[in-house]
Design a protein around this ligand. Structure first.
Ligand SMILES: *Cc1c(COP(=O)(O)O)cnc(C)c1O
Length: 515
Protein backbone atom coordinates (compact mmCIF):
# COMPACT_ATOMS: atom_id res chain seq x y z
CA UNK A 1 0.00 0.00 0.00
CA UNK A 2 1.37 3.37 -1.07
CA UNK A 3 -0.03 6.85 -0.61
CA UNK A 4 -0.78 9.43 -3.27
CA UNK A 5 -1.47 13.14 -3.19
CA UNK A 6 -5.00 14.34 -3.90
CA UNK A 7 -3.43 16.86 -6.28
CA UNK A 8 -1.76 14.27 -8.45
CA UNK A 9 1.96 14.54 -7.79
CA UNK A 10 3.30 11.41 -9.55
CA UNK A 11 5.41 10.53 -6.52
CA UNK A 12 3.88 7.78 -4.39
CA UNK A 13 4.97 7.68 -0.76
CA UNK A 14 5.22 4.90 1.77
CA UNK A 15 3.02 5.06 4.87
CA UNK A 16 5.98 6.18 6.97
CA UNK A 17 6.94 8.94 4.59
CA UNK A 18 3.36 10.18 4.34
CA UNK A 19 3.12 10.32 8.13
CA UNK A 20 6.42 12.11 8.62
CA UNK A 21 5.91 14.79 5.97
CA UNK A 22 2.19 15.29 6.67
CA UNK A 23 1.36 17.33 3.59
CA UNK A 24 2.27 16.41 -0.01
CA UNK A 25 4.79 18.64 -1.76
CA UNK A 26 2.18 19.77 -4.29
CA UNK A 27 0.03 21.03 -1.39
CA UNK A 28 -2.36 18.06 -1.57
CA UNK A 29 -3.33 15.60 1.14
CA UNK A 30 -2.26 11.97 1.20
CA UNK A 31 -4.80 9.26 0.50
CA UNK A 32 -4.20 5.52 0.21
CA UNK A 33 -3.68 4.28 -3.34
CA UNK A 34 -6.91 2.36 -2.94
CA UNK A 35 -9.35 1.75 -0.10
CA UNK A 36 -8.65 -1.78 1.10
CA UNK A 37 -11.39 -4.38 1.13
CA UNK A 38 -12.27 -6.17 4.33
CA UNK A 39 -11.28 -9.82 4.69
CA UNK A 40 -14.05 -12.19 3.64
CA UNK A 41 -15.04 -13.26 7.15
CA UNK A 42 -14.42 -9.95 8.94
CA UNK A 43 -17.82 -9.63 10.58
CA UNK A 44 -17.35 -12.94 12.32
CA UNK A 45 -13.62 -12.96 12.87
CA UNK A 46 -13.51 -9.45 14.30
CA UNK A 47 -16.72 -9.47 16.29
CA UNK A 48 -15.18 -10.32 19.66
CA UNK A 49 -11.88 -8.53 19.35
CA UNK A 50 -10.75 -5.99 21.93
CA UNK A 51 -10.32 -2.41 20.75
CA UNK A 52 -6.56 -2.90 20.50
CA UNK A 53 -6.77 -6.14 18.53
CA UNK A 54 -9.29 -4.60 16.19
CA UNK A 55 -6.98 -1.62 15.68
CA UNK A 56 -4.20 -4.05 14.73
CA UNK A 57 -6.37 -5.68 12.06
CA UNK A 58 -7.52 -2.39 10.59
CA UNK A 59 -4.13 -0.68 10.67
CA UNK A 60 -2.59 -3.74 9.00
CA UNK A 61 -4.77 -3.14 5.96
CA UNK A 62 -3.15 0.28 5.51
CA UNK A 63 0.39 -0.27 6.76
CA UNK A 64 2.53 -2.85 4.91
CA UNK A 65 4.29 -5.34 7.19
CA UNK A 66 7.58 -4.62 5.45
CA UNK A 67 7.35 -1.10 6.85
CA UNK A 68 6.20 -1.90 10.37
CA UNK A 69 6.18 -5.54 11.46
CA UNK A 70 2.99 -6.86 12.98
CA UNK A 71 4.69 -7.21 16.32
CA UNK A 72 5.98 -3.65 16.35
CA UNK A 73 2.58 -2.38 15.29
CA UNK A 74 0.94 -4.33 18.07
CA UNK A 75 3.35 -2.83 20.59
CA UNK A 76 2.69 0.67 19.29
CA UNK A 77 -1.06 0.16 19.62
CA UNK A 78 -0.79 -1.36 23.10
CA UNK A 79 1.36 1.51 24.28
CA UNK A 80 -0.89 4.17 22.74
CA UNK A 81 -4.12 2.94 24.26
CA UNK A 82 -2.75 1.94 27.64
CA UNK A 83 -3.16 5.60 28.64
CA UNK A 84 -6.95 5.37 28.28
CA UNK A 85 -8.96 5.00 31.45
CA UNK A 86 -11.74 2.83 30.02
CA UNK A 87 -11.13 -0.84 29.28
CA UNK A 88 -13.28 -0.46 26.20
CA UNK A 89 -11.15 2.57 25.13
CA UNK A 90 -14.29 3.95 23.44
CA UNK A 91 -17.35 2.73 25.36
CA UNK A 92 -20.83 2.86 23.84
CA UNK A 93 -23.69 3.99 26.08
CA UNK A 94 -27.36 3.56 25.39
CA UNK A 95 -29.26 6.75 26.24
CA UNK A 96 -32.70 5.84 25.04
CA UNK A 97 -34.34 3.57 22.52
CA UNK A 98 -32.42 3.82 19.22
CA UNK A 99 -29.90 6.40 20.47
CA UNK A 100 -26.37 5.60 21.61
CA UNK A 101 -23.41 7.76 22.62
CA UNK A 102 -19.94 6.64 21.61
CA UNK A 103 -17.69 8.09 24.30
CA UNK A 104 -14.35 9.07 22.85
CA UNK A 105 -12.99 11.05 25.78
CA UNK A 106 -11.15 8.55 27.98
CA UNK A 107 -7.68 9.63 26.86
CA UNK A 108 -5.35 11.92 28.82
CA UNK A 109 -6.89 15.23 27.68
CA UNK A 110 -10.55 14.16 27.80
CA UNK A 111 -11.27 14.73 24.11
CA UNK A 112 -11.42 12.47 21.09
CA UNK A 113 -8.24 13.86 19.56
CA UNK A 114 -6.31 11.66 22.00
CA UNK A 115 -7.41 8.55 20.11
CA UNK A 116 -5.33 9.69 17.15
CA UNK A 117 -2.60 11.71 18.83
CA UNK A 118 -1.59 9.13 21.41
CA UNK A 119 -0.91 6.82 18.47
CA UNK A 120 0.72 9.50 16.30
CA UNK A 121 3.13 10.47 19.10
CA UNK A 122 4.36 6.90 19.50
CA UNK A 123 4.45 6.41 15.76
CA UNK A 124 6.62 9.51 15.26
CA UNK A 125 9.06 8.30 17.88
CA UNK A 126 9.16 4.80 16.37
CA UNK A 127 9.69 5.98 12.79
CA UNK A 128 12.37 8.43 13.82
CA UNK A 129 14.22 5.83 15.85
CA UNK A 130 14.14 3.45 12.91
CA UNK A 131 15.36 6.10 10.51
CA UNK A 132 18.17 7.05 12.86
CA UNK A 133 19.30 3.45 13.14
CA UNK A 134 19.47 3.12 9.36
CA UNK A 135 21.11 6.46 8.68
CA UNK A 136 23.71 6.55 11.42
CA UNK A 137 23.37 10.32 11.41
CA UNK A 138 20.94 11.25 14.17
CA UNK A 139 17.93 13.27 13.16
CA UNK A 140 15.72 15.16 15.56
CA UNK A 141 12.36 16.61 14.72
CA UNK A 142 10.66 19.72 15.94
CA UNK A 143 6.92 19.42 15.92
CA UNK A 144 5.26 22.78 15.49
CA UNK A 145 1.57 23.58 15.73
CA UNK A 146 -0.96 26.27 16.56
CA UNK A 147 -4.01 25.61 18.67
CA UNK A 148 -7.20 27.20 19.83
CA UNK A 149 -7.35 24.59 22.59
CA UNK A 150 -7.97 20.91 21.98
CA UNK A 151 -5.39 19.97 19.36
CA UNK A 152 -2.55 21.51 21.34
CA UNK A 153 -3.18 19.65 24.54
CA UNK A 154 -3.77 16.33 22.79
CA UNK A 155 -0.54 16.81 20.79
CA UNK A 156 1.42 17.69 23.93
CA UNK A 157 0.16 14.62 25.75
CA UNK A 158 0.92 12.51 22.67
CA UNK A 159 4.50 13.76 22.39
CA UNK A 160 5.65 14.47 25.94
CA UNK A 161 8.91 12.77 26.82
CA UNK A 162 9.38 11.31 23.34
CA UNK A 163 12.96 10.72 22.26
CA UNK A 164 14.48 13.15 19.74
CA UNK A 165 11.23 15.07 19.36
CA UNK A 166 10.67 18.61 20.58
CA UNK A 167 7.20 20.07 20.47
CA UNK A 168 6.24 23.73 20.21
CA UNK A 169 2.59 24.69 20.51
CA UNK A 170 1.50 28.27 19.94
CA UNK A 171 -1.71 29.46 21.52
CA UNK A 172 -3.25 32.94 21.61
CA UNK A 173 -2.51 34.27 25.07
CA UNK A 174 -5.61 34.48 27.25
CA UNK A 175 -7.87 33.27 24.45
CA UNK A 176 -8.09 29.56 25.18
CA UNK A 177 -10.29 28.22 27.96
CA UNK A 178 -8.69 28.11 31.44
CA UNK A 179 -8.87 24.29 31.56
CA UNK A 180 -7.32 23.94 28.12
CA UNK A 181 -4.59 26.43 28.98
CA UNK A 182 -3.82 24.58 32.19
CA UNK A 183 -3.84 21.20 30.44
CA UNK A 184 -1.17 22.41 28.04
CA UNK A 185 1.05 24.45 30.32
CA UNK A 186 1.19 22.12 33.32
CA UNK A 187 3.06 19.52 31.28
CA UNK A 188 6.62 20.07 32.49
CA UNK A 189 8.54 17.64 30.29
CA UNK A 190 11.72 19.13 28.88
CA UNK A 191 10.71 18.53 25.25
CA UNK A 192 7.39 20.39 25.56
CA UNK A 193 7.25 24.12 24.90
CA UNK A 194 4.14 26.24 25.12
CA UNK A 195 4.29 29.65 23.51
CA UNK A 196 1.60 32.09 24.62
CA UNK A 197 1.46 34.55 21.74
CA UNK A 198 0.00 38.01 22.10
CA UNK A 199 -2.51 37.82 19.26
CA UNK A 200 -5.32 35.68 17.87
CA UNK A 201 -5.49 32.02 16.88
CA UNK A 202 -5.20 33.08 13.23
CA UNK A 203 -1.98 34.96 14.04
CA UNK A 204 -0.58 31.78 15.59
CA UNK A 205 -1.65 29.73 12.59
CA UNK A 206 -0.05 32.23 10.21
CA UNK A 207 3.23 32.14 12.11
CA UNK A 208 3.26 28.33 11.94
CA UNK A 209 2.60 28.38 8.20
CA UNK A 210 5.29 31.00 7.77
CA UNK A 211 7.88 28.90 9.61
CA UNK A 212 6.98 25.77 7.66
CA UNK A 213 7.48 27.72 4.43
CA UNK A 214 10.83 29.09 5.67
CA UNK A 215 13.15 26.65 3.84
CA UNK A 216 16.28 27.18 5.90
CA UNK A 217 14.50 27.14 9.25
CA UNK A 218 12.50 24.06 8.27
CA UNK A 219 15.57 22.18 7.03
CA UNK A 220 17.59 23.09 10.08
CA UNK A 221 14.99 21.91 12.57
CA UNK A 222 13.13 19.19 10.60
CA UNK A 223 9.70 20.58 11.29
CA UNK A 224 6.94 18.03 11.76
CA UNK A 225 3.19 18.63 11.66
CA UNK A 226 0.52 17.12 13.85
CA UNK A 227 -2.53 18.89 12.45
CA UNK A 228 -5.61 17.02 11.41
CA UNK A 229 -4.52 16.48 7.82
CA UNK A 230 -1.97 13.86 8.89
CA UNK A 231 -3.10 10.54 7.42
CA UNK A 232 -2.27 8.57 10.58
CA UNK A 233 -4.86 10.59 12.50
CA UNK A 234 -7.62 9.60 10.08
CA UNK A 235 -6.49 5.99 10.15
CA UNK A 236 -6.59 5.80 13.96
CA UNK A 237 -10.14 7.13 13.96
CA UNK A 238 -11.49 4.45 11.61
CA UNK A 239 -11.19 1.89 14.39
CA UNK A 240 -13.98 3.15 16.64
CA UNK A 241 -16.54 3.03 13.86
CA UNK A 242 -15.91 -0.70 13.56
CA UNK A 243 -15.66 -1.20 17.29
CA UNK A 244 -18.96 0.55 17.97
CA UNK A 245 -20.62 -1.50 15.26
CA UNK A 246 -19.74 -4.68 17.13
CA UNK A 247 -20.72 -3.04 20.43
CA UNK A 248 -24.18 -2.17 19.16
CA UNK A 249 -24.74 -5.61 17.67
CA UNK A 250 -23.90 -7.12 21.01
CA UNK A 251 -26.11 -4.63 22.85
CA UNK A 252 -28.99 -5.56 20.54
CA UNK A 253 -28.18 -9.21 20.86
CA UNK A 254 -27.59 -9.62 17.18
CA UNK A 255 -24.70 -11.99 16.65
CA UNK A 256 -24.21 -11.99 12.93
CA UNK A 257 -24.18 -9.26 10.35
CA UNK A 258 -27.78 -8.28 10.02
CA UNK A 259 -29.60 -6.60 7.22
CA UNK A 260 -32.41 -5.72 9.58
CA UNK A 261 -30.84 -2.76 11.27
CA UNK A 262 -29.98 0.57 9.79
CA UNK A 263 -27.10 2.57 11.28
CA UNK A 264 -26.59 6.30 11.35
CA UNK A 265 -23.43 7.88 12.77
CA UNK A 266 -23.90 11.48 13.91
CA UNK A 267 -20.60 13.30 14.00
CA UNK A 268 -19.87 16.84 15.24
CA UNK A 269 -17.60 18.27 12.58
CA UNK A 270 -15.09 21.05 12.08
CA UNK A 271 -12.13 20.04 9.97
CA UNK A 272 -13.92 16.96 8.65
CA UNK A 273 -11.39 14.56 10.14
CA UNK A 274 -13.51 12.50 12.49
CA UNK A 275 -16.33 12.00 10.00
CA UNK A 276 -13.94 11.28 7.14
CA UNK A 277 -12.74 8.27 9.13
CA UNK A 278 -16.38 7.12 9.12
CA UNK A 279 -16.48 7.53 5.35
CA UNK A 280 -13.43 5.28 5.00
CA UNK A 281 -15.08 2.72 7.30
CA UNK A 282 -18.20 2.78 5.12
CA UNK A 283 -16.23 2.47 1.89
CA UNK A 284 -14.26 -0.44 3.33
CA UNK A 285 -17.56 -2.21 3.79
CA UNK A 286 -18.88 -1.41 7.26
CA UNK A 287 -22.68 -1.35 6.90
CA UNK A 288 -23.28 2.29 7.78
CA UNK A 289 -26.44 3.69 6.27
CA UNK A 290 -25.69 7.40 6.63
CA UNK A 291 -23.09 9.66 8.19
CA UNK A 292 -24.72 12.76 9.65
CA UNK A 293 -22.46 15.81 9.25
CA UNK A 294 -23.23 18.04 12.23
CA UNK A 295 -21.82 21.55 12.17
CA UNK A 296 -22.36 24.53 14.45
CA UNK A 297 -23.08 27.96 12.91
CA UNK A 298 -19.79 27.69 11.06
CA UNK A 299 -21.67 25.77 8.43
CA UNK A 300 -19.54 25.68 5.29
CA UNK A 301 -19.94 21.88 5.19
CA UNK A 302 -23.67 21.94 5.79
CA UNK A 303 -24.10 24.44 2.97
CA UNK A 304 -22.09 22.21 0.66
CA UNK A 305 -24.35 19.23 1.26
CA UNK A 306 -27.43 21.43 0.80
CA UNK A 307 -26.48 23.20 -2.43
CA UNK A 308 -23.17 21.92 -3.75
CA UNK A 309 -21.36 25.18 -3.00
CA UNK A 310 -18.28 25.08 -0.85
CA UNK A 311 -17.61 28.69 -0.06
CA UNK A 312 -16.44 30.95 2.68
CA UNK A 313 -19.02 33.57 3.58
CA UNK A 314 -19.07 36.27 6.18
CA UNK A 315 -21.51 35.87 9.05
CA UNK A 316 -23.95 38.53 10.24
CA UNK A 317 -21.24 40.30 12.19
CA UNK A 318 -18.91 40.36 9.21
CA UNK A 319 -16.55 37.85 10.77
CA UNK A 320 -15.46 34.82 8.78
CA UNK A 321 -15.40 32.57 11.82
CA UNK A 322 -18.30 32.80 14.25
CA UNK A 323 -17.54 32.17 17.91
CA UNK A 324 -19.86 29.48 19.22
CA UNK A 325 -20.35 27.35 22.30
CA UNK A 326 -18.54 24.52 20.50
CA UNK A 327 -15.22 26.28 19.83
CA UNK A 328 -13.33 23.22 18.56
CA UNK A 329 -15.54 23.36 15.48
CA UNK A 330 -15.22 27.09 14.81
CA UNK A 331 -13.57 26.96 11.40
CA UNK A 332 -13.88 28.83 8.11
CA UNK A 333 -12.48 26.13 5.83
CA UNK A 334 -12.51 22.42 6.49
CA UNK A 335 -9.03 21.08 5.92
CA UNK A 336 -9.83 17.41 5.31
CA UNK A 337 -12.67 18.05 2.91
CA UNK A 338 -10.31 17.91 -0.05
CA UNK A 339 -9.98 14.17 0.56
CA UNK A 340 -13.71 13.60 0.26
CA UNK A 341 -13.89 15.79 -2.84
CA UNK A 342 -11.29 13.60 -4.50
CA UNK A 343 -13.40 10.48 -3.96
CA UNK A 344 -16.56 12.21 -5.15
CA UNK A 345 -14.89 13.32 -8.40
CA UNK A 346 -13.39 9.87 -8.86
CA UNK A 347 -16.75 8.16 -8.47
CA UNK A 348 -18.36 10.65 -10.79
CA UNK A 349 -15.84 9.89 -13.55
CA UNK A 350 -16.49 6.19 -13.01
CA UNK A 351 -20.21 6.72 -13.50
CA UNK A 352 -19.78 8.52 -16.77
CA UNK A 353 -16.98 6.44 -18.22
CA UNK A 354 -17.11 2.97 -16.82
CA UNK A 355 -14.38 1.53 -18.99
CA UNK A 356 -11.66 3.95 -17.82
CA UNK A 357 -9.00 2.27 -15.73
CA UNK A 358 -8.33 3.15 -12.12
CA UNK A 359 -5.10 4.92 -12.78
CA UNK A 360 -6.55 7.24 -15.42
CA UNK A 361 -9.56 8.00 -13.26
CA UNK A 362 -7.28 8.79 -10.35
CA UNK A 363 -5.18 11.12 -12.46
CA UNK A 364 -8.21 12.94 -13.76
CA UNK A 365 -9.69 13.28 -10.29
CA UNK A 366 -6.43 14.84 -9.12
CA UNK A 367 -6.41 17.27 -12.04
CA UNK A 368 -9.87 18.41 -11.08
CA UNK A 369 -8.98 18.75 -7.42
CA UNK A 370 -5.90 20.79 -8.27
CA UNK A 371 -8.03 23.25 -10.25
CA UNK A 372 -10.74 23.37 -7.62
CA UNK A 373 -8.34 24.07 -4.80
CA UNK A 374 -6.88 26.90 -6.84
CA UNK A 375 -10.45 28.28 -7.20
CA UNK A 376 -10.99 28.01 -3.47
CA UNK A 377 -7.75 29.84 -2.86
CA UNK A 378 -8.52 32.64 -5.30
CA UNK A 379 -12.26 33.13 -5.06
CA UNK A 380 -12.93 31.38 -1.71
CA UNK A 381 -15.58 29.44 -3.53
CA UNK A 382 -16.23 26.20 -5.35
CA UNK A 383 -19.43 25.00 -6.98
CA UNK A 384 -19.79 21.35 -7.94
CA UNK A 385 -22.15 19.82 -10.49
CA UNK A 386 -25.31 18.11 -9.33
CA UNK A 387 -24.11 14.60 -10.14
CA UNK A 388 -21.26 15.08 -7.65
CA UNK A 389 -23.51 16.40 -4.94
CA UNK A 390 -25.84 13.44 -5.53
CA UNK A 391 -22.98 11.00 -5.03
CA UNK A 392 -22.16 12.63 -1.69
CA UNK A 393 -25.78 12.33 -0.57
CA UNK A 394 -25.59 8.54 -0.83
CA UNK A 395 -23.31 8.63 2.19
CA UNK A 396 -24.06 11.86 4.01
CA UNK A 397 -26.89 13.85 5.56
CA UNK A 398 -26.08 17.25 7.01
CA UNK A 399 -27.37 19.65 9.64
CA UNK A 400 -26.22 22.95 11.11
CA UNK A 401 -27.03 23.53 14.78
CA UNK A 402 -27.31 26.92 16.50
CA UNK A 403 -26.00 27.72 19.98
CA UNK A 404 -29.55 27.84 21.28
CA UNK A 405 -30.26 24.36 19.92
CA UNK A 406 -27.01 23.19 21.49
CA UNK A 407 -28.07 24.47 24.91
CA UNK A 408 -31.58 23.04 24.52
CA UNK A 409 -30.14 19.65 23.63
CA UNK A 410 -27.83 19.60 26.65
CA UNK A 411 -30.75 20.36 28.95
CA UNK A 412 -33.11 17.92 27.19
CA UNK A 413 -30.72 15.02 27.68
CA UNK A 414 -29.90 15.93 31.23
CA UNK A 415 -33.54 16.02 32.29
CA UNK A 416 -33.60 13.52 35.17
CA UNK A 417 -37.41 13.29 35.18
CA UNK A 418 -37.69 11.90 31.68
CA UNK A 419 -38.14 8.17 32.16
CA UNK A 420 -37.65 7.37 28.48
CA UNK A 421 -33.97 8.13 28.66
CA UNK A 422 -31.10 8.05 31.08
CA UNK A 423 -29.97 11.44 32.34
CA UNK A 424 -26.77 12.33 30.54
CA UNK A 425 -24.55 15.42 30.52
CA UNK A 426 -23.49 16.24 26.98
CA UNK A 427 -20.54 18.45 26.14
CA UNK A 428 -21.52 21.21 23.66
CA UNK A 429 -19.75 19.58 20.69
CA UNK A 430 -21.41 16.26 21.32
CA UNK A 431 -24.71 18.11 21.73
CA UNK A 432 -24.36 19.44 18.18
CA UNK A 433 -24.26 15.85 16.93
CA UNK A 434 -27.13 14.74 19.14
CA UNK A 435 -29.24 17.72 18.03
CA UNK A 436 -28.61 16.70 14.43
CA UNK A 437 -29.61 13.12 15.29
CA UNK A 438 -32.87 14.36 16.77
CA UNK A 439 -33.71 16.17 13.55
CA UNK A 440 -33.74 12.93 11.54
CA UNK A 441 -36.97 11.20 10.82
CA UNK A 442 -35.97 7.64 11.52
CA UNK A 443 -37.60 4.26 11.13
CA UNK A 444 -37.98 1.98 14.20
CA UNK A 445 -35.08 -0.18 13.01
CA UNK A 446 -32.68 2.74 12.65
CA UNK A 447 -30.09 3.14 15.37
CA UNK A 448 -28.19 6.34 15.84
CA UNK A 449 -24.67 6.43 17.24
CA UNK A 450 -23.58 9.92 18.28
CA UNK A 451 -19.87 10.52 18.70
CA UNK A 452 -19.07 12.20 22.03
CA UNK A 453 -15.97 14.21 21.19
CA UNK A 454 -15.23 15.75 24.59
CA UNK A 455 -15.92 15.30 28.28
CA UNK A 456 -18.49 17.88 29.44
CA UNK A 457 -16.18 19.18 32.19
CA UNK A 458 -13.87 20.55 29.51
CA UNK A 459 -16.48 23.01 28.37
CA UNK A 460 -17.99 24.05 31.66
CA UNK A 461 -19.30 27.40 30.49
CA UNK A 462 -21.79 25.95 28.00
CA UNK A 463 -22.80 23.08 30.26
CA UNK A 464 -23.45 25.31 33.27
CA UNK A 465 -25.42 27.72 31.14
CA UNK A 466 -27.57 24.95 29.70
CA UNK A 467 -28.27 23.41 33.09
CA UNK A 468 -28.64 26.56 35.22
CA UNK A 469 -32.31 25.82 35.86
CA UNK A 470 -31.64 22.38 37.26
CA UNK A 471 -31.03 23.19 40.92
CA UNK A 472 -29.77 19.71 41.74
CA UNK A 473 -27.12 19.76 39.01
CA UNK A 474 -23.68 20.25 40.51
CA UNK A 475 -20.74 20.72 38.24
CA UNK A 476 -18.40 19.13 40.80
CA UNK A 477 -20.24 15.86 40.31
CA UNK A 478 -19.07 15.51 36.74
CA UNK A 479 -15.58 16.88 37.33
CA UNK A 480 -12.91 14.21 36.68
CA UNK A 481 -10.40 13.90 39.51
CA UNK A 482 -7.61 14.88 37.11
CA UNK A 483 -9.13 18.36 36.84
CA UNK A 484 -9.14 18.98 40.56
CA UNK A 485 -6.35 21.40 41.42
CA UNK A 486 -5.30 21.56 37.77
CA UNK A 487 -5.56 25.33 37.61
CA UNK A 488 -3.18 25.77 40.55
CA UNK A 489 -0.48 23.41 39.35
CA UNK A 490 3.00 24.57 38.32
CA UNK A 491 3.17 25.84 34.74
CA UNK A 492 5.76 26.16 32.04
CA UNK A 493 5.05 28.68 29.31
CA UNK A 494 7.00 31.24 27.30
CA UNK A 495 5.34 34.54 26.62
CA UNK A 496 5.79 35.96 23.11
CA UNK A 497 4.94 39.63 23.22
CA UNK A 498 4.36 40.17 19.51
CA UNK A 499 2.86 37.86 16.87
CA UNK A 500 5.88 38.05 14.60
CA UNK A 501 7.59 35.08 12.92
CA UNK A 502 11.19 36.28 13.54
CA UNK A 503 10.47 36.63 17.23
CA UNK A 504 8.94 33.16 17.42
CA UNK A 505 11.93 31.73 15.54
CA UNK A 506 14.24 33.28 18.09
CA UNK A 507 12.21 31.90 20.99
CA UNK A 508 12.21 28.40 19.46
CA UNK A 509 15.98 28.43 18.96
CA UNK A 510 16.58 29.68 22.48
CA UNK A 511 14.36 27.00 23.93
CA UNK A 512 15.99 24.27 21.84
CA UNK A 513 19.43 25.37 23.04
CA UNK A 514 18.31 25.11 26.63
CA UNK A 515 16.54 21.77 26.24
C1 LIG B 1 -11.51 18.77 17.03
C2 LIG B 1 -12.83 18.59 17.66
C3 LIG B 1 -14.00 18.41 16.89
C4 LIG B 1 -13.99 18.44 15.38
O1 LIG B 1 -13.35 17.35 14.81
P1 LIG B 1 -12.92 17.34 13.28
O2 LIG B 1 -12.15 16.10 13.08
O3 LIG B 1 -12.07 18.58 13.10
O4 LIG B 1 -14.13 17.41 12.46
C5 LIG B 1 -15.19 18.19 17.56
N1 LIG B 1 -15.26 18.20 18.90
C6 LIG B 1 -14.17 18.38 19.67
C7 LIG B 1 -14.33 18.39 21.15
C8 LIG B 1 -12.92 18.57 19.09
O5 LIG B 1 -11.84 18.76 19.85
Amino acid sequence: MKYRSTRGSPKLLSFSEAVLVGLAEDGGLFIPENIPNLPENWSKAWSNLTYKSLALEIFSLYIPREEISREDLKNLIDKSYSTFTSNDITPLKKIRKNLYILELFYGPTFAFKDVALQFLGNLFEYLLEKKNKENKEKEKITVLGATSGDTGSAAIYGLRGKKDISVFILHPRGKVSPVQEAQMTTVLDKNVHNLAVEGTFDDCQDIVKNLFADRSFNEKHHLGAINSINWARILAQIVYYFYSYFQILSSLNITIESKEICLQYCVPTGNFGDILAGYYAKKMGLPINKLVVSTNSNDILDRFFKNGRYERVKGETGAIVIETLSPAMDIAISSNFERLLWYLVYENIGKKEEERNEEEKGKEASNTIREWMQDVKVSKSLIVEKSILDISLCDFISESISDQETLDTISKYYSPENENQISYVLDPHTAVGVAAADKQNISPNTYQICLATAHPAKFSQAVEKALENFKEFKFENILPKEFIGLLERERKVVFVERAEPPLVKQVIENELNNE
